[in-house]
Design a protein around this ligand. Structure first.
Ligand SMILES: C[S@@+](CC[C@H](N)C(=O)[O-])C[C@H]1O[C@@H](n2cnc3c(N)ncnc32)[C@H](O)[C@@H]1O
Ligand code: SF4
Ligand code: SF4
Length: 344
């Protein structure tokens, strides 16, 4: 993740303002060319309308005016949008802009990725057969490794994003060594299945093979990653989160309160907004300026603070590191990654 010192300074000033949505996850499209075991996106093949380029840009202006700092472009595969280069160029002027790819598109869209602050290539394992099985596509593993190498060699800030599940848990430490020792940071997801009725954007598919049953093993992985952060740069998860995950898996208790629709929210391909992708849509992005400080949103925020229906890492991160103290904790935790984070 590399952004200019000027953008870093502007964002660090902004990060201390309260009541701003720090993080927005925008699922730009439902289209996807993979068939992942963990994911429901591809299973619903009904066509979904998408906002036009100009509408996306108007939405980005609204997010900027609300004070959002970080934008994750996801889906589906956002690189399947023809206009993705224009969207990234526009977004990266204002936000720390991360884009996800399953490894199949990035190599052909390098021109579009030069302005992204961070490209996350999904890759769960160093075992080729296992990965192709998980993705439902022969060649997925090779595509992902080629993408990481090509982007890295082209000076694009690229990392790998493994989704930790029962099937790859035991490999996560060696996987982390492999990439961080080659200067490629690792950004973790944690396998979840979405259990709320009428979600805005269904992702987490129920899959017994992936469900983490070895809770002690997960807790011990958290301990090992905490230790590894002492010797390895590029482990993009905070110690505070690792401690909270360990506590969750050992006791079932959450050490955080969900901050959906406060510190973060999600936008779908049609521009609808929900606290997170598992919740029902509650607004259009174009109505946010009048709704952000409304009673309606305050009621929803209270409801989400009581929710414990998921522990998606991204939502957990933005629930745990929200206030001034949270931002100081990130800075303290990440100072060793500063060279990865800030260019120039
Ligand atoms: C939903 S995908 C969308 C972006 C792109 N299609 C990709 O796969 O990178 C975003 C991330 O979520 C991860 N993911 C998929 N299914 C998941 C699940 N059930 N729980 C947690 N993360 C999941 C993917 O591996 C990927 O890293
Ligand atoms: S995880 Fe990403 S690549 Fe896999 S089916 Fe879902 S959206 Fe597509
Ligand atoms: S815990 Fe938060 S992010 Fe997770 S489903 Fe509930 S409201 Fe959404």
């Amino acid at each position: 993740m590399r952004f200019s010192l000027r953008k870093a300074l502007r964002l660090s000033r902004q990060s201390f303002s309260l009541k701003k949505p720090h993080h927005v996850q925008w699922m730009l499209t439902r289209r996807c060319n993979y068939r992942c075991k963990s994911c429901d996106v591809w299973r619903d093949e009904r066509p979904v309308s998408e906002l036009s380029t100009e509408e996306v840009k108007a939405g980005l202006d609204i997010l900027r005016d609300l004070g959002a700092m970080e934008l994750v472009l996801s889906g589906g595969n956002p690189l399947l949008r023809e206009d993705i280069k224009e969207i990234i160029n526009y977004a990266s002027r204002y936000f720390i802009t991360t884009i996800y790819d399953n490894g199949s598109q990035a190599v052909n869209r390098i021109d579009a990725l030069h302005n992204a602050d961070f490209v996350a290539i999904s890759l769960d394992t160093l075992n080729c057969k296992k990965y192709d099985y998980l993705k439902g596509v022969t060649g997925a593993w090779k595509n992902a490794l080629d993408a990481v190498k090509t982007l890295h060699n082209n000076g694009i800030s690229v990392g790998v994003s493994p989704t930790i599940s029962q099937l790859n848990m035991s490999e996560i430490l060696s996987f982390t060594d492999h990439f961080t020792e080659r200067g490629v940071p690792v950004l973790y997801c944690l396998y979840q299945h979405d259990s709320l009725a009428e979600p805005m954007f269904q992702i987490g598919a129920k899959n017994n093979e992936l469900e983490i049953v070895d809770k002690i093993g997960l807790a011990s992985l958290c301990d090992d990653l905490i230790k590894k952060k002492e010797s390895h740069n590029g482990i993009l998860i905070t110690k505070k989160m690792l401690r909270a995950l360990k506590h969750l898996y050992l006791t079932g208790e959450r050490a955080w309160t969900c901050q959906a629709l406060q510190s973060f929210f999600t936008v779908d391909p049609r521009g609808r907004v929900a606290g997170c992708h598992l919740q029902k849509p509650v607004a259009s992005i174009f109505d946010l300026p009048k709704l952000w400080k409304s009673d309606k949103f305050e009621v929803l925020r209270r409801e989400y603070r009581q929710c414990s229906k998921c522990s998606y890492m991204c939502y957990m991160f933005y629930s745990m590191h929200v206030n001034v103290q949270g931002n100081l904790e990130i800075m303290r935790d990440q100072w060793k990654n500063a060279r990865t984070l800030i260019a120039g």
